[in-house]
Design a protein around this ligand. Sequence first.
Ligand code: GLU
Length: 508
Amino acid sequence: MESNVRVRFAPSPTGPLHIGGVRTALYNYLFAKKNNGTFVLRIEDTDQTRYVANAEQYIIDALNWCNIPYDEGINKNEKLGPYRQSERKHLYKKYADILLEKGWAYYAFDTSEQLDAHRKEHEEEGKTFIYNWHNREKGRLVNSLVLSDEVVQEKINSGENYVIRFKSPQDETLKMVDEIRGKITIDTNTLDDKILFKSDGMPTYHLANIVDDHLMEISHVIRGEEWLPSMALHVLLYRAFDWQAPKFAHLPLILKPVGKGKLSKRDGDKLGFPVFPLAYTNEKTNEVSRGYKEDGYFSETVVNMLAFLGWNPGTEKELFSLEELIQEFDLKRVSKSGAKFNPDKTKWFQQQYMQQKDNTELTTLYTAILAKKGITKDVNYVQKVVAVIKERAVFVSDFWELSHFFFQTPTEYDAKASKKNWKEGTSELMRELNSIIDDIEGFSSENTEKIIKEWISSKEIGFGKVMQPLRLSLVGKLAGPHLFDIIAMIGKEETIHRIENAIEKLSQ
Ligand code: GLU
């Protein structure tokens, strides 16, 4: 049964979703699913100057790729919509008016030049200008706390620009609780009277965010640490409206792999790893940013890696499916301190998931790569190859390098290895080997191994004298899986053909 746990992911569509944003979405998703709740997607697009058209679709695609789709939002169960703030514009003025009426907000007409002058003046005296109880009623600032109602109305009617500011309380110690950080106290005298609404009819983030969280019946706000400084204002706004505030949980920062500070979009380019779930093309510059998906990572890898950036299960277990994460996830186990991003660990997760991946699924992926190279092979054959090579692969894109010899006769031979291993007499030896191979009946890996090794022993020569040239003939270099597995896979005719080829190309 659905519970009344309702969480939301509320990104601003200003560009591609950074992995920090995906982690916020993931924790919201896990928390919702664990508690039989609802995961809502809301697009916070009130800042039209930073709006990027393809960002919203990118966000939705990224959530879908990670298998953490929203339950409610754009085009899905729109029962408390619309879910784009730009489509809710008409709603917010009413709420700003409620605060004005209740005395929790006031009109301010100060121009930016005037405010700059106040700031400068304060700076010269070594002080910081804060628009709040310190100065809002002293007569130097132009607002409805000091002007008469008539003057205020006149200014508004004449079309003068105004803002509506929150009237933060004086001399109060605000006690709040964060689900991750515990008790937090704030001296309200340090808060400035944040702008809630502007005369262009648009609310600011703060007003729109809490009005929507209230109307969308959000029970828990789970978001990044960068929003912690806004928590006091948000708690005060709920109180001013007489609304029950949701519970808050602020997630730790994701830090750079080396050095100090937050992981930035630029770190990925600098250090060579993606910071976005999906590749992204900037509409204006056509610049392409790498994505985990396109770099060959499985979504399971990305989800598992992100889950561990700030949370741990309290045990040694590191590999968690989405289902297991839902079972285990607990805000109490989210850390307060920043989580260092570790690209090597991400690769490790990927390698683990490669081993776990179903061979049939990998075969489908590899068949598509082979088809692009013009190679069509029986599915069972490709599946056998996949089973042999996957333990050495991290990405599906590694498969070709690890297995081309299962599909193609080598056209080149490693020069250094050839020089060292194809000596005088090798060609004769290999010709002889070919006639031995020709006589083998039952071309299994075990059988060919037994017969060839017996033949080498009977000749009383070192194994390497045959095995190395044989590997060169079949693979082109001294690498690859068990040689007799290759022989059995490619079959007698092709084995003989490759040996003849090598004799022709490598005879001195
Ligand atoms: N729109 C804000 C963002 O871009 C949402 C912050 C919040 O979750 O309250 O992160």
